[in-house]
Design a protein around this ligand. Structure first.
Ligand SMILES: Cc1cc2nc3c(=O)[nH]c(=O)nc-3n(C[C@H](O)[C@H](O)[C@H](O)COP(=O)(O)OP(=O)(O)OC[C@H]3O[C@@H](n4cnc5c(N)ncnc54)[C@H](O)[C@@H]3O)c2cc1C
Length: 468
């Protein structure tokens, strides 16, 4: 049982109703969206309402030697929000205010618990958007997506979360509050601390406010679906579109298994006989430019033997995108365990990586669907398995290792957007080496000397980590 005095102290800080201790409440916080990682029921969940409360919680945790596990919506795919050891789960559901929308400076300031779509809803009346667009845009929080440096469907043209964070407020391990960056487009004062905290996966400090950049919403768009009889033709179309110097807002790929799963799941009229399909959207401020880009895409599709369908209405467009967003849930419905990776390669190797994934799936006799952000070289090979079948799970683990090896061989990375968390921590050295790990450890040691924040994630332990 967690120390009652600690629970009482937490209640004194945030109020009794904001401290959860009953098992029925805690179970929800024992896992996140990641499969095949350990689960653990937390000792206590605390929901602060403001930065001052976060500071007091950090002070309490530090003096009592308690770990803190920050948590947004728990949709991450690397085990980042799981309370691996004894400690406090810090949930930001009460810190969900949009503090400022500044249409003059094209910025917004939000608390970490704001859901990404809610920010977009708030800025839409100003003709603005916040572009980072993970598949979970309607549920994931700003704090979680900044801590993961989330990407998403619009990454190719608009970039990822790191390109939109202009500043933040952070509570450090010593309980002090610090602000970096702000509303200015340029800011080279001090180290670029905002960039350090973007993608830090809750391991360096608690993000309590975020200043983000907004951009004008594109006025015109053309959405297209292209289907193929071979993976190579689909992959070569991606290369041809980029070579034609067209940067679509989105350029997504679904392989045969994923097409089949989505169609059975969502019934949106996808061609289940196709080996691959591309979903392509070009957008912009001028109709004539968007049309010219759409023509270049149509030509690239035709040259690579694709069959093209143009969305003729907003509802047809929405249907195509909901098909893409259904890819993971559709695949996940096929078995009890869905192991989803996000190995990423330079765009020019997308065909090679797609073929490598298919070959690895066959080699280990696994059911695998691959989809993802083809324009970014960011693929999601997704293995469907039965967690009760030890032999199959061992083949899954060997296949995952080979997928990572293939990505690194192509000059790519272990993770394009889902982070390292616990899921990929043992592979980290394969990409950044022992020297890279040592550098991460020294940053962690310097900012979080007691390893209080999200211990066991992202930075491999040097010694037994913080525990109560
Ligand atoms: C169906 C599906 C589709 C997805 N599609 C995409 C996609 O297209 N692109 C993509 O990039 N990701 C995608 N994801 C992954 C996930 O949605 C993102 O990582 C998301 O941004 C995480 O936000 P969250 O609020 O759920 O964070 P959580 O999962 O709760 O937390 C994520 C990490 O952030 C830390 N954290 C949370 N809040 C704070 C804070 N205030 N201060 C410090 N650390 C904090 C946590 O400790 C944890 O390490 C997808 C996930 C699913 C299930």
């Amino acid at each position: 049982m967690f120390d009652l005095a600690v629970v009482e102290a937490l209640r004194a800080i945030v109020g009794t109703a904001q401290v959860l201790t009953k098992k029925v409440d805690l179970v929800t916080y024992s896992y996140d969206a990641t499969a095949d990682v350990p689960r653990r029921i937390p000792d206590v969940v605390v929901m602060p309402a403001n930065t001052a409360e976060v500071q007091q919680i950090v002070d309490l945790a530090r003096t009592r030697g308690i770990a803190i596990y920050p948590r947004g919506a728990g949709t991450n795919l690397s085990g980042g929000a799981i309370p691996l050891r004894r400690g406090i789960v810090l949930s930001f559901q009460k810190m969900n205010r949009i503090m400022d929308v500044d249409a003059e400076n094209l910025t917004a300031i939000v608390e970490p618990g704001v859901v990404i779509q809610e920010l977009n809803n708030a800025v839409a009346p100003h003709g603005l958007i916040y572009p980072p667009d993970p598949g979970t845009v309607a549920t994931a929080t700003m704090g979680g997506s900044v801590a993961e440096n989330s990407g998403g469907l619009r990454g190719l043209k608009y970039g990822v979360t790191k390109h939109y964070v202009m500043g933040m407020e952070v509570v450090l391990a010593n309980g002090s509050k610090v602000r970096f960056g702000g509303k200015t487009v340029k800011n080279v004062t001090a180290y670029d601390f905002s960039s350090l905290f973007v993608g830090s996966e809750g391991t360096l400090g608690i993000i309590t406010q975020i200043t983000v950049k907004l951009i004008p919403a594109p006025k015109f768009r053309r959405t297209m679906l292209a289907t193929y009889q071979t993976i190579e033709d689909a992959g070569n179309t991606v290369a041809a579109i980029i070579k034609a110097q067209v940067i679509p807002a989105t350029l997504e790929i679904l392989d045969h298994k994923t097409i089949e799963a989505v169609e059975n799941f969502a019934h949106v009229g996808l061609p289940t006989g196709a080996e691959a399909l591309l979903l392509i959207e070009v957008d912009g401020m001028a109709d004539v430019v968007v049309e010219r880009e759409a023509e270049a895409v149509i030509q690239a599709v035709a040259e690579n033997r694709g069959v093209l369908r143009l969305a003729k209405s907003d509802s047809e467009r929405d249907q195509l995108w909901s098909a893409r967003r259904a890819a993971l849930p559709a695949l996940a419905s096929l078995n009890n365990t869905v192991v989803l990776e996000d190995a990423t390669v330079p765009r020019s190797h997308i065909t090679g990586m797609l073929l490598a994934c298919a070959q690895i799936g066959r080699k280990y006799n696994l059911v695998m669907g691959t989809f993802g952000h083809a324009g970014d070289g960011n693929l999601h090979p997704t293995i469907l398995a039965d967690k009760n079948n030890a032999d199959e799970m061992s083949r899954v683990h060997r296949a995952v290792e080979e997928i990572f090896d293939a990505a690194l061989r192509f000059g790519g990375t272990l993770s394009g957007e889902h982070g390292i968390g616990i899921a990929k921590i043992k592979f980290l050295g394969n990409e950044i080496g022992e020297t890279g790990i040592d550098l991460m450890r020294s940053i962690k040691d310097s900012l979080d000397p007691d390893h209080m924040f999200n211990p066991g994630k992202l930075v491999p332990d040097r010694e037994p980590a913080h525990a109560v």
